[in-house]
Design a protein around this ligand. Structure first.
Ligand SMILES: Nc1ncnc2c1ncn2[C@@H]1O[C@H](COP(=O)(O)OP(=O)(O)O)[C@@H](O)[C@H]1O
Ligand SMILES: [Mg+2]
Length: 229
């Protein structure tokens, strides 16, 4: 179970202080694809960063495996992130001087996995994502959709229990975007991965197990019969 408990978060100080999340409470279902929607600036990325160990709340707790994520030591939190969490961002965030193969392999390397096992896992992932013919190419030699596939490979190669995606299709054309979403969904179904997927695209309503809506600094269930917001 992944849970937000009385979480508040503000940015800035004094007159400039802006409260983004206020005493937010929510439990995220394990093994499900949860979409978190909301207008631009509503705090979606902020929620994802708090949930995924990237940023601390000002108040409240993020409960993970029954324990406050941010009560862990830095080393324990990094280890948790490396082993259990996969991240997919809008801007791909690939390492520019590593090839497709090396970018996918990288987290396994950080996890001290032995070279033969790294190779097997990396090749399997590249194959599943249709990236074998691009394995020696650098990110600059790939299209946007191919780069996002590499980023997905890097997030999934370690078979994380959780995937956190922040508008991963925002920079892609519609068809490529749909392919990327179905890849993430396939992984979720195959491996029972928990996905928290941030988007402002309503198309996700047809795919996600659970749809949430962020408004007025709180999360609520999204009414799927709505067609706009
Ligand atoms: N690091 C930051 N410093 C100051 N303000 C921020 C920062 N990150 C986000 N904000 C502000 O917090 C609000 C929510 O941002 P964000 O979580 O990125 O929203 P969303 O992802 O829904 O577009 C916005 O008004 C944004 O300008
Ligand atoms: Mg955002």
């Amino acid at each position: 179970m992944l849970e937000l408990k009385d979480v508040s978060k503000a940015y800035g100080d004094g007159d400039q202080k802006q409260l983004v999340l206020s005493q937010m409470n929510w439990s995220f279902e394990v093994g499900k694809f949860t979409a978190l929607m909301g207008k631009s600036g509503s705090g979606k990325s902020t929620v994802l960063n708090l949930l995924s160990g990237l940023d601390q709340p000002d108040q409240g707790q993020v409960i993970f495996f029954g324990q406050n994520l941010y009560a862990r030591s830095d080393a324990s939190l990094s280890d948790m992130r490396l082993t259990n969490f996969g991240y997919i961002f809008q801007s791909f965030n690939l390492i520019s001087n590593l090839t497709t193969y090396e970018n996918i392999e990288y987290p396994l390397y950080l996890m001290n996995i032995k070279s033969a096992e790294r190779k097997e896992k990396t090749l399997k992932m590249a194959e599943e994502l249709g990236l074998m013919s691009f394995r020696d190419k650098l990110p600059s030699q790939l299209s946007g959709g191919q780069r996002q596939r590499v980023a997905i490979g890097r997030a999934l190669v370690k078979k994380p229990k959780y995937i956190f995606a922040d508008e991963p299709t925002a920079n892609l054309d519609e068809q490529t975007g749909a392919e990327i979403i179905s890849l993430i969904q396939k992984m979720q179904k195959q491996h029972g991965t928990t996905v928290v997927y941030v988007t402002h695209d309503l198309d996700i309503v047809n795919i996600a197990d659970t749809c949430l809506y962020l408004t007025n600094r709180k999360i609520e269930n999204y009414d799927r019969t709505r067609h706009s917001y």
